[in-house]
Design a protein around this ligand. Structure first.
Ligand code: NAD
Length: 279
């Protein structure tokens, strides 16, 4: 067991009792969003999922949650979906207390060398889906948000360059800026906006980023192994629990004075200096 494996998740304490939370980004039961939805339910929240492209698949996966949630369709690149989202959610609830943006995508040309060869049309997709959509989603759900509501998104520490991540890293830098502006605009409505910078977790999106470098001993394995070595608390790429419970904390009323910022759930790897990181 890694030092970050979590036995005590606080489930059953009702931290989110009475709250309704919209969770985007479930595509498999490995999705970070799936684990966030699960822990939201374990803490007493009612959850509504969105599905991109394959609603029947998301509905099938959703049966593995503690309670079966409603599923509404959302493609963040579709203006029609964004305009319809509030009404689709209203079929299941009158208002929202939390929203989880767990969406990311970049075309293959944006992930891996040569960085300079990625065409703008592909970079534009990466930025639209992975960063701009945080603002689109906030705008779409704004009429439903109760005072005290919390919006969260998923970040991957983009302060330094690294293999593969390339234009996704640029998109995550943009996402951090978008988060600050969403927080600034919604703060007067008593709505918070924050990101969680998660350590690496084995999901579909992570595999897409590493592409051919997958497999035992591949570069994705090496990066994930190095993360575990340099994180003061250690890191287990198979265990999204601490990321999900960090989401619960941010969605709860306990973090009522936190907005526009990034909370790291990465085992502490992001705090270790570069000179130590390679050792
Ligand atoms: P995932 O593949 O399970 O989730 C990505 C989700 O994005 C999928 O559900 C997909 O349907 C959705 N999506 C893509 N295009 C969309 C669109 N146009 N409209 C609506 N939804 C769309 O992978 P994940 O790792 O759980 O990724 C979730 C978030 O976590 C992403 O923002 C990712 O960058 C971030 N993140 C992942 C890791 C990691 O190592 N896996 C680490 C830090 C942050």
């Amino acid at each position: 067991m890694s030092r970050t494996d979590t036995d005590n998740t606080g489930a059953g304490t009702g931290l989110l009792a009475g709250k309704t939370i919209l969770v985007t980004g479930v595509i498999t039961d490995a999705s970070i969003a799936f684990h966030i939805a699960k822990h939201c339910q374990l803490h007493g929240a009612k959850v509504i999922l969105t599905a991109f492209g394959r609603p029947s698949l998301v509905k099938a996966i959703s049966k593995r949650l503690p309670e079966r949630p409603p599923v509404v369709e959302l493609d963040v690149q579709s203006d029609e979906d964004l305009v319809a989202l509030a009404d689709r959610v209203r079929e299941h609830t009158g208002s929202l207390d939390g929203v989880v943006h767990s969406i990311g995508f970049a075309p293959p040309s944006c992930l891996g060398d040569p960085f300079l060869d990625a065409p703008w049309k592909d970079v534009a997709v990466a930025l639209e889906v992975s960063a701009y959509s945080y603002a689109s989603l906030a705008k779409a759900v704004r009429p439903l948000l109760n005072p005290g509501a919390s919006i969260i998104g998923l970040d991957f520490d983009p302060r330094f360059s690294m293999p593969f991540y390339n234009w996704m890293s640029v998109a995550k830098n943009a996402l951090e800026a978008v988060n600050r502006y969403v927080a600034r605009e919604l703060g007067p409505d008593r709505v918070r906006s924050n990101l969680i910078a998660a350590g690496p977790i084995k999901t579909l999106a992570a595999k897409a980023i590493a592409g051919d470098a997958l497999g035992p001993g591949g570069e994705l394995d090496q990066m994930q192994g190095e993360w575990a070595r340099r994180a003061p608390l250690g890191w287990n790429v198979e265990d999204p629990t601490a990321v999900a419970t960090t989401a619960v904390a941010l969605l709860s009323d306990l973090m009522a004075a936190t907005t526009g910022t990034v909370v790291y759930a990465d085992g502490g790897a992001g705090t270790v200096s570069f000179s130590e990181q390679g050792q």
